[in-house]
Ligand binder design. Sequence first.
Ligand code: ASP
Ligand code: MG
Length: 420
Amino acid sequence: MKVFKFGGASVKDADGVRNLASIVNRYNDPLVVVISAMGKMTNAFEELVQAYFEGNGIEEHYNKIKDYHQKIVADLFDESENDLLDEWLEIIHLKLETEPSLNFDYEYDQIVPFGELMSTFIVSAYLNKIGWENNWIDIRKILRTDDLYRSAGVNWELTSRLMKEVFSFDGDKRYITQGFIGSTDTNLTTTLGREGSDYTGAIISYALDAESLSIWKDVPGVLNADPRWYPKAQMLDELSYWEAIELTYYGAQVIHPKTIKPLQNKQIPLLVKSFIHPDNAGTAIKATEQNLQLPPIYVLKRNQTLLSISPKDFSFILEENLSEIFEVISRHRIKINLMQSSALNFSVCVDHHKNIDAVIEELSNHYGVLYNTNMELVTIRHYTQEAIDEVMENKEVVDSQVSRKTARYVMKGSEWSFNE
Ligand code: ASP
Ligand code: MG
């Protein structure tokens, strides 16, 4: 069996759903199809949760979500079926009429998942209507997690067992289900973190020992840079798991970072393919010899803050200092993208985050802290001198770290231009 994953961009309107149908129709394999919320609906649901929490503007946000889905339903089905989503909309509306608890992350997970639930409900019904028979599965019954809302951890053993039972391919051949969501053992809905549907695809593939996981995207595959930034970006036909893990670690956004490891553990190939040109091979991420000849691969992370930390008493930066600094940073849920230490100074490049001020304040008790905002972090894997020169042109580099395979530069944010 195979697992397919379609993201929000692939089902942003009725034509998207029809296109998805034409893609799955080409396959005669037993399939589990994982689908995200439609278009930008997860963002819309996030705004709704905010409104619900603040008790302000709920109807407006709810109506926006309702109208968006109703339009797609009206485009895909006969008038007699326009009530397809009524039950879902009713459940959402009832929830919005209750008082929110004090736990924002919990409330988020009780509301945002309706994006995935309605999206898959629509697509499954449409596919059944056009004769592509499938079973709609509420994945919350089988993808079991802890209760770390918005960033839930998977109970692998239980999930694998339940998935094997429910996706039994016993009598039925295809299933449609949700990405991104799960539930605790007390049946409270959880989410795996933004863009987590890729990860769901990997979890299912792992549990069912899938032949492959295909992620269908609006790009031709994995490119060696983001083409919106670097116009000369080119396709990579093949990558090792190892390389893919490195790239997502450095911030390449093509696949969710947690996706690769479960696949690697079972040596399941990951195919990144275009839903616009489904005949093209895309990129295969799989077990390969370590020494694939790869061109330089560029990852740009914008909006970085560089913190430069030194002990006030001029003592050396020692293990105790470092562990204290890490503790403060991690407690504020800030992710370190690059770190560098010298005798009297420790610097970290982090994603800009609302908690940075609090970190600086806390650290200022024992340390002198300087910081620079609006930095950019460029990573070049498999760098060449030429690649470095090109990226550095007209840039002011503030910090750098170069190893055998990887060169990384923290530079002041400014306009980018490349000679085509
Ligand atoms: N719909 C969720 C999000 O946009 C999950 C996903 O798309 O992977 O974050
Ligand atoms: Mg999405």
